[in-house]
Design a protein around this ligand. Structure first.
Ligand code: NAD
Length: 500
């Protein structure tokens, strides 16, 4: 068994850098490997197995071979595996967080937060595994009983992005295990190490061989197309960009596969004239800066009523300029690097475009020298709604502020309609944030926002107990909450004649 070496993160030495198929760690058939790089230092952390379509086929065949047996396990047994895994993760918070920070860049304190958040999906779905219900009714004429049952959908394809290396995996693996599904799991190529730790933990927790199969690759299209076209999988659960999501939806049509799609966002963050401004600034610091701005839920467009625009912009700029930027592994660092050089170039060009269209830079805006893929916390005021960053996921620490309403008429209700039209002017619909102290306004505006989730006077909506997901081009289905497990269950109804 091979293990990798890292000069700086001792816990990485213990990670198996191979594919995890049928309960065993095996290199890719081709023998190929790829580098995993620390975005803060540009150091190579590990060389991980680089799977091709043949490896992918073997992994999915394994999952399919184990489906019937796994579906037949007692719900309590599945629940206890998830409980044990939750406890094992929580017993290794520091170690997992250090791996996550090294491969993805988020500061250690945030990584520890994600470990707890990610583990909680296992506890939540441990509780759901033994609560899978059905229904029992009678036909109108009284002639038949209708017994509605739920069954695992079958072998699943799980695909995750790099931005939450643990939680995006547990949010899918948890309900799949709870429902009795086997799975192939492909983590993002930028951040595979946390998922490899997770596979180890689930094995230690007692997950039988073949239920979870983990495939790492630099050729996601080849691996996933093999899975999508195989006819062996019954479900694909994807978190990532809308563009890739659309490709998968087209591929899923080939075998009429069930789909869950957690895609991109373009979240509006609305500060009304009557908002509690310090609270709104606190909310934006979370909604914007969580994960260094690299979240689907990140506040992408900040709309502030003109009567409070100057005060809000000043408060926000002071907070953003005071943040400590650096290697997230260092104590006290609040903002780590972006995940890769491409991400920095994108953020830089979006800021340049906004400035060229008249936006004013209140802080940040200048990329530092390397090493590391850093971009500073940046505030842009007077942003032209036609600027590119208003219609693109910024995915970086840049707050783009647009004024709305009439500065001299803070109570004019026309401002609400004006900002709602701006907020809804996007093909995405994941989340929106509303800050106001007027309950009627909040109720009316949250109903009118075209999104799957609304943060009301808060900048954080993610929670394992909540149904996370979007509408429009932000996706299909929900993860977490009471609905999360339903995505992995098929309904079967039994017609039972009533004998008189
Ligand atoms: P991405 O779409 O590039 O990659 C996501 C995953 O898809 C990765 O595992 C990648 O290897 C894989 N992939 C890439 N091309 C593929 C292909 N042709 N076929 C099959 N799989 C393929 O996205 P990303 O850059 O890793 O993540 C950022 C995106 O994810 C953003 O758009 C963000 O908003 C979104 N996201 C959404 C949520 C949500 O819950 N809605 C959560 C986190 C991230």
């Amino acid at each position: 068994m091979t293990t990798v070496e890292s000069r700086t993160v001792p816990s990485i030495e213990k990670i198996h850098p191979d594919l995890y198929i049928d309960g065993a760690w095996t290199p890719a058939a081709s023998g190929k490997r790829f580098d995993v790089v620390n975005p803060a230092t540009e150091e190579v952390l590990a060389r991980v197995a680089d799977a091709d379509a043949a490896d992918a086929r073997r992994a999915l065949q394994t999952a399919a071979d184990h489906q019937a047996q796994w579906a037949a396990t007692a719900p309590r047994a599945r629940s206890e595996i998830l409980y044990r895994a939750h406890q094992l993760i929580m017993g290794r918070v520091d170690e997992i967080a250090s791996v996550m920070t090294a491969e993805m860049g988020k500061p250690l304190a945030e990584a520890k937060g994600e470990v707890a958040y990610g583990a909680e999906f296992f506890r939540w779905f441990a509780e759901e595994a033994v609560r899978i219900g059905g229904d029992h009714t009678t036909t109108g004429d009284g002639g038949n009983r209708i017994i509605v049952t739920k069954q695992p959908v079958g072998p699943c394809i799980l695909i995750t992005p790099w931005n939450f290396p643990l939680a995006m995996g547990t949010r899918k693996i948890g309900p799949a295990i709870a429902a009795g599904c086997t799975m192939v799991f492909k983590p993002a190529e930028l951040t595979p190490l946390t998922s490899l730790v997770l596979a180890d933990i689930l094995t230690e927790a007692g997950l039988p061989a073949g239920v979870l199969n983990v495939v790492t690759t630099t050729d996601p299209s080849a691996v996933v197309t093999e899975w999508m076209d195989s006819g062996l999988a019954r479900k694909v659960s994807f978190t990532g960009s809308t563009e890739v999501g659309k490709t998968l939806l087209r591929q899923a049509a080939g075998t009429v596969m069930r789909t869950s799609m957690e895609l991109g966002g373009n979240a509006p963050f609305i500060v009304c004239a009557d908002a509690d401004l310090p609270r709104a600034v606190d909310g934006l610091m979370i909604a914007k800066m969580r994960n260094i701005g690299q979240a689907c839920t990140a506040a992408n467009r900040v709309f502030v009523h003109r009567s409070v625009l100057d005060e809000f912009t000043g408060l926000l700029s002071d907070r953003m300029a005071a943040l400590e930027v650096g290697d997230g592994a260092t104590e006290g660092i609040q903002v780590g690097p972006l995940v890769e050089p491409k991400a920095v170039a994108k953020v830089e060009s979006l800021v340049d475009d906004a400035v060229s269209r008249g936006a004013s830079l209140r802080c940040g805006g200048t990329r530092p020298d390397g090493p590391g893929y850093f971009y500073p916390p940046t505030v842009l005021a007077d942003v032209d709604p036609a600027a590119d960053l208003m219609s693109t996921e910024i995915f970086g620490p840049v707050a783009a502020i647009v004024g709305f309403g009439d500065a001299g008429h803070p109570t004019d209700p026309a401002a609400d309609d004006e900002v709602l039209a701006l907020a809804n002017d996007t093909p995405w619909g994941l989340v929106g944030y509303l800050f106001s102290q007027d309950a009627d306004r909040l109720e009316r505006m949250s109903a009118a926002l075209e999104v799957g989730m609304v943060g009301i006077n808060t900048g954080l909506v993610s929670n394992p107990a909540a149904p996370f997901g979007g509408i429009k081009e932000s996706g299909l289905g929900r993860e977490g909450g009471r609905l999360g497990i339903e995505e992995f269950l098929d309904v079967k109804y039994l017609a039972v004649p009533v004998r008189r």
